[in-house]
Design a protein around this ligand. Structure first.
Ligand code: ATP
Length: 387
C-alpha cells in the first residue's frame, strides 16, 4: 500500500525524491505541483481554524536561524545534541556557530515580549507559526514521515498556571476536530509516560495514525510545556489591570505538516471498480483538494466544443466554488484517461462539454466518488459544485 501511494505521489506530481537525478538525498523531499497545492490548502485551513476563527491568536513568521544563545537557553543543545544541524555564520575569521531550529516554537518564545508590547493581549492568548524545522535524524525513513527537513504548524498558548488543564482539553478538542476536517481517519491518542516526554513537558498526548508502513506514527502532539521556556529565557508577563507580574504557562498543539499531508493521502487513497475496470482515486475532502473541478471538451479537434469548454472554464475560474480556486482545463487523451488522471488527483467534479451542450446549454458533471454523471445547466453549474 505504501509503495502504491509513493508511486502515485511521483506519477501525479505530489512528491518527488530530492536530488533524484543525482541518485536522491536521504531525508529530503520535494513537493510537486499538486503536492504543493494540497500542502498549502492544509496549512491555510489550519491557519483559518487555529488563528482567524479565534479572537485570542496572533500569527508570526520567525527565522530558522537564531542567536546560539536561544537553543542553549531552551535546553535543546544539552538535550538533543547531535540531532541539531550545526551551521557556520559569516566568513573568514569572524564566524559564529549556530543551528537550524529543530522546532518552530523558540522564535515564538523569544518574541514573547514583542507580541505583548505590540498587542497588549490579556491571558490566555496564543501565537501561531508555520515553518520549517530540521533534525539530523539518524535514520530518515518511511517516505516523508521521518525526514531531516520538514514543516511544522505550532501554537504556543499562554495561560495562568491554574488554568492549564482546562486549556489543554480545549486544544485537544480543536486538534481532533481539525484532523477529522482534513479527513485523517481513526486517530488514536496516547498519553506519554514521564520517561517518554520531552525535557520541557509535564504532560504530552501524541495523536497517532496507522501509516501503512507497518506501525503507528505521531501526526501531531499536544504538550503542557509549563513555564519552562519563558523562565529559561527570563521572560515574564505583567497583568496591566491587577499589576500582577508572573510567568505564564504554555500549552502547545504541534502538527507536522508533512505527516499530516501523508495521513491525509493515506486516508483518502481508495481502490474500487468502476464500469468493470479497477481504478484508484483520492477521496479527499473538498476543502483541501488540489483541483476543485476539471473542464473537458469531448473532442479536442472540434473548435466549437473547445471554445465552449474554454468559456465554462473561464466562468469557473472567475467564480471558484468553495474549497479552492484551482480549476483545470484538459483536452489530452480520451475522456476515460482524463477521468483516471483527475481521480488520482482527487478532483471532486469533472465537467464535459459535448455536442448536446451546443444545443441545450447543459454539461455532464461526473462525481469522483460514485462515477455517476448528470446533466446540469451551465447557469446552475456553480450552485451544483457548491452543494
Ligand atoms: P517522533 O517521536 O516521531 O520522532 P517527536 O515526538 O520527536 O516525533 P515532536 O518533537 O513532538 O515530534 O514534533 C512535533 C511534530 O513535528 C510531530 O508531531 C511530527 O508531526 C513532526 N515531526 C517531528 N519530527 C519529524 C521528522 N523527522 N519528519 C517529519 N515530521 C516530524
Amino acid at each position: 500500500m505504501m509503495e502504491k501511494i509513493i508511486s502515485l505521489c511521483k506519477r501525479r506530481g505530489f512528491v518527488y525524491p530530492n536530488s533524484e537525478i543525482y541518485g536522491g538525498f536521504s531525508g529530503f523531499w520535494n513537493y510537486g505541483h499538486y503536492g504543493s497545492i494540497l500542502k498549502e490548502n492544509i496549512k491555510n485551513l489550519w491557519k483559518q481554524r487555529f488563528v482567524f476563527d479565534r479572537e485570542d491568536m496572533f500569527l508570526t513568521d520567525t527565522s530558522i536561524v537564531s542567536s546560539p544563545m536561544v537553543l542553549e537557553s531552551s535546553g535543546h543543545i544539552s538535550n538533543f545534541g547531535n540531532e541539531i544541524f550545526k551551521i557556520q555564520i559569516g566568513t573568514g575569521e569572524e564566524t559564529t556557530t549556530s543551528h537550524l531550529r529543530a522546532e518552530t516554537a523558540q522564535g515564538i518564545f523569544t518574541d514573547f515580549k514583542n507580541v505583548v508590547d505590540t498587542h497588549h493581549p490579556k491571558l490566555p492568548f496564543g501565537v501561531a507559526q508555520i515553518g520549517k524545522a530540521f533534525r539530523n535524524e539518524i535514520s530518515p525513513r518511511d517516505f516523508i514521515f521521518r525526514s531531516r527537513e520538514f514543516e511544522q504548524m505550532e501554537v504556543e498558548y499562554f495561560v495562568r498556571e491554574k488554568d492549564w488543564e482546562k486549556y489543554f482539553e480545549m486544544w485537544r478538542g480543536s486538534m481532533l476536530k481539525f484532523l477529522a476536517e482534513v479527513g485523517i481517519k481513526e486517530v488514536k491518542e496516547e498519553e506519554l509516560s514521564p520517561e517518554d516526554r520531552a525535557h520541557y513537558s509535564k504532560r504530552t498526548i501524541d495523536f497517532l495514525f496507522d501509516y501503512p508502513f507497518g506501525n503507528r506514527g505521531e501526526v501531531c502532539g499536544l504538550a503542557y510545556r509549563t513555564d519552562f521556556d519563558l523562565k529559561n529565557h527570563k521572560l515574564d508577563y505583567l497583568d496591566e489591570e491587577s499589576g500582577e507580574r508572573m510567568v505564564p504557562h504554555v500549552i502547545e498543539p504541534s502538527f507536522g505538516v508533512d505527516r499530516s499531508f501523508l495521513a491525509v493521502l493515506c486516508s483518502a487513497y481508495t481502490e474500487d471498480e468502476l464500469g468493470g475496470e479497477p481504478r484508484t482515486y483520492l477521496k479527499l475532502p473538498k476543502n483541501i483538494v488540489p483541483v476543485r473541478a476539471a473542464v473537458f471538451p469531448l473532442l479536442k479537434n472540434k473548435p466549437e466544443l473547445v471554445n465552449k469548454a474554454r468559456e465554462v472554464y473561464a466562468m469557473l475560474k472567475k467564480n471558484p466554488p468553495v474549497g479552492g480556486p484551482n480549476i483545470e482545463f484538459d483536452d489530452n487523451g480520451n475522456i476515460g484517461k482524463r477521468y483516471r488522471r483527475q481521480d488520482e488527483i482527487g478532483t471532486p467534479h469533472c465537467i464535459t462539454i459535448d455536442f448536446d451542450t451546443l444545443e441545450d446549454d447543459t454539461v455532464t458533471v461526473r462525481d469522483r466518488d460514485t462515477g455517476e454523471q448528470e446533466r446540469v445547466k451551465i447557469g446552475e453549474l456553480i450552485a451544483k459544485l457548491k452543494s
